[in-house]
Design a protein. Structure first.
Lengths: 293, 421
């Protein structure tokens, strides 16, 4: 029963990790930018969601209607007014690193801004289902994690359909595959970038919202999750959306199941070993081929 | 960003230090003759992440000194007044050392108190020992502080491992009192020096008590999920679960235990995160019936405790904490020693401190008897266990053990009644 419980828990957490990694991998796949501010965006959404719940009594899952578009806008504007100028300036640089440094700087700026405005307190939305669990004999399944997992799956499915089926989704994939050709085919690359960054940020926001009923928001909460998200992105294949989800599930499972046989500090080491092994043996990750989608 | 700001602060400090040095040089040099004031140096973290605790330590000291001076100062020294000189360690060992040096050589203080963090206290006390200036440590608890054979270092706080010892004694006492034999214990701790130190203490005392450790589980304090740890504990069904955690992980553990309805005889915390006010905010009812260890609680049944805390609240707007009580008590211990020394000679003060035997007065709020052993460690630092109880819809820490110091009318609830409350 213990193993079954931990497998279930691993899958549930893995879904959330996957959701967070999806946004990161999307931004990388299309813009070729490693977004270090992803964790900061996650944190912003967590804190927004908390305060909406605290002040208006809005359930975090309902606050998606407000926060998701807001996060999209935040991402869109961030790309339009901060990253785009840097990308434009580095257009002819062979290995543009400016954008990467910019996102790292953004992360620090956002975290400190939130620290200043909201303080360093630990915040968690204690909803009716926080701490609730479904118990089947000795098996217990955490309800908020279950909701988080289901939401992650639904979002992943919708997002995938969007990428595959819609005109905009195709334009995004095309831009990711070859920016120059996409431009020649009449795609407004700059706009696609802004939309991709917006969607990526909204995905981080969604991950934050599903976390807030059971995990604490504080200005540096991004750091807790972001390293895992990076590992998942590499594991699943840079730029691969379903790779991110599968990678998330794998990491979640390793973390949860392995901890039953060794101490929790060792599972962290194990995850990094898996990461190193992947880099060594299959650097493109599980589903990562350059032009796949 | 941090580095940059620190750098600026550093520059500022250097400037200030230089100015002080110059001022100090021109103004010093009148040490002989009758004593008008007694300078006491205090090293505290007054900026940086530990600034709030440094501040409350400063306020507690100031309140004690105001009282002492208002009551006529040190009578054996002709009513000399105590003058407090504060030095900011920023929680940084190197700064602490530099400040100790400055207090001794520039300010020419009679003795030093401090320095909140064990990491700062360890090197700072070395400086004091070298200059043969008495150093009173009210708060830092690292065992080794009083285990280096120093002559001029006195500690009012308990040693870290004493907490573990008292926790084990509490378990045994409860097991006997309620007829619920305790055989197995699970240890869950954050994986830094603090948690690892706690484990060493637990292992020692649990072994002595004949209890079996069925699980030793370290975890990284910034874990994204502690369910794996909780599930593991649930499998093993230990009689008692002991934890050493910071606040976010303490809360995460508590809530995850609730989710999975883990039900031992008792959950016992080791201060730290469990004593943080944020802990109640983030766990709500889930923490009800958990135990925690400390040296002082606002409700503890000791003489003067209520009165002094009430005065402090009036003065500063919030209640004291255990650290503040230790700092406050330390000033009275120093006052007592100065009275008996009757001189500012460091050797006389050291001797007086070593001969301390305080069994009456406001120091009762901390301990009924204050004596130092030959290592300068206070004997029998008073540890108490409190239980988290919901009173009128609000979570409170209720002192329940030892019995004579418990909140009147309250008894420990043992075993843990379960999650369906």
């Amino acid at each position: 029963m213990g193993v079954l419980s931990s497998i279930i828990n691993g899958i549930l957490m893995g879904g959330v990790y996957g959701l967070l990694a999806m946004g990161l991998t999307l931004i990388f796949g299309i813009m070729k930018i490693i977004n270090f501010a992803h964790g900061a965006f996650l944190m912003v959404a967590m804190i927004l969601s908390y305060w909406l719940w605290k002040i208006m009594g809005l359930d975090p899952y309902l606050s998606i209607i407000i926060i998701a578009p807001l996060m999209f806008l935040l991402g869109y504007l961030t790309q339009r007014f901060t990253i785009k100028p840097v990308l434009d300036a580095e257009k002819d640089v062979r290995e543009p690193i400016g954008a990467l440094l910019l996102t790292a700087g953004l992360a620090v700026a956002i975290e400190n801004f939130i620290l200043m405005v909201f303080g360093a307190d630990y915040l968690m939305a204690k909803t009716a289902y926080s701490g609730a669990s479904i118990n089947i004999s000795s098996l217990s399944i955490s309800v908020p994690r279950l909701y988080a997992f289901v939401t992650s799956l639904v979002v992943a499915f919708l997002f995938y359909q969007f990428l595959i089926k819609t005109e905009l989704g195709r334009a995004m994939r095309a831009t990711g595959q070859d920016r120059g050709v996409a431009l020649l085919m009449g795609i407004n690359v700059s706009k696609v970038y802004s939309i991709a960054f917006g969607i990526g940020t909204a995905l981080a926001g969604l991950a934050g919202i599903v976390l807030i009923p059971f995990y604490y928001a504080h200005p540096s909460v991004g750091a807790v999750f972001i390293t895992k998200a990076f590992i998942i992105v590499v594991l699943g294949g840079l730029g691969s959306v379903h790779g991110a989800l599968v990678g998330g599930l794998i990491i979640g499972l390793i973390e949860s199941v392995a901890a039953q046989y060794m101490t929790a500090t060792w599972t962290a080491i194990l995850i990094y070993f898996a990461f190193l092994a992947f880099l060594l043996l299959k650097p493109s990750g599980l589903f990562g081929s350059r032009y796949e989608w | 960003m941090f580095i940059k700001r620190n750098y600026k602060i550093f520059l500022l400090c250097i400037t200030v230090l230089l100015v002080m040095l110059i001022a100090g040089c021109s103004g010093g040099g009148k040490s002989s003759g009758e004593v008008k004031e007694i300078k006491i140096g205090n090293i505290l973290p007054l900026s940086g992440s530990a600034a709030p605790v440094g501040k409350i330590g400063q306020q507690a000291r100031d309140m004690a000194v105001e009282e002492i001076n208002a009551a006529g100062g040190i009578k054996s020294l002709g009513g000399a007044k105590i003058k407090m000189i504060y030095a900011d360690s920023k929680g940084d060992p190197a700064t602490g050392v530099a400040e100790a040096e400055r207090l001794i050589t520039q300010e020419r203080v009679a003795l030093i108190t401090g320095a909140y963090q064990s990491g700062v206290t360890l090197p700072a006390t070395e400086v004091a020992e070298r200059y043969k200036v008495p150093f009173v440590c009210p708060v830092p608890s690292e065992d080794v502080i009083t285990e280096r054979g120093f002559k001029y270092v006195f500690r009012l706080a308990e040693k870290t491992t004493w907490r573990n010892r008292e926790q084990v004694r509490f378990i045994q006492d409860m097991a006997k009192k309620f007829g619920t034999p305790v055989k197995t214990v699970a240890l869950i701790y954050e994986n830094t020096a603090w948690g690892q130190g706690a484990v060493k203490g637990w292992e020692k005392y649990l072994k002595e008590a004949g209890l079996k450790i069925v699980l030793k589980e370290p975890y990284p304090a910034n874990s994204s999920d502690l369910t794996p740890v909780v599930l593991k504990v649930k499998q093993l069904k230990p009689d008692v679960i002991m934890m050493c955690s910071y606040v976010s992980d303490a809360a995460l553990l508590t809530n995850t235990f609730a989710e999975h309805k883990v039900k031992p005889l008792a959950f016992i915390g080791t201060s730290g995160g469990f004593a943080d006010p944020v802990y109640f905010k983030t766990t709500g009812d889930n923490s009800e019936y958990f135990f925690d260890i400390s040296t002082w609680e606002p409700d503890v049944n000791r003489p003067f405790s209520k009165e002094v805390n009430e005065k402090f609240k009036q003065k500063y707007g919030y209640p004291m904490n255990a650290e503040a009580v230790k700092a406050y008590t330390a000033m009275y211990v120093i006052k007592d020693a100065l009275e008996r020394a009757g001189s500012l000679d460091p050797e006389a003060i050291r001797k007086a401190l070593a001969e301390t035997k305080l069994t009456s007065g406001v120091t009762q709020m901390y301990a009924s008897e204050i004596i130092f052993d030959e290592s300068g460690q206070m004997v029998n630092a008073p540890l108490i266990i409190s239980q988290f109880r919901k009173i009128n819809g609000k979570m409170e820490r209720v002192t329940v053990w030892p019995e004579k110091e418990a909140r009147p009318g309250w008894k420990p609830v043992w075993p843990f009644p379960g999650w369906d409350k």
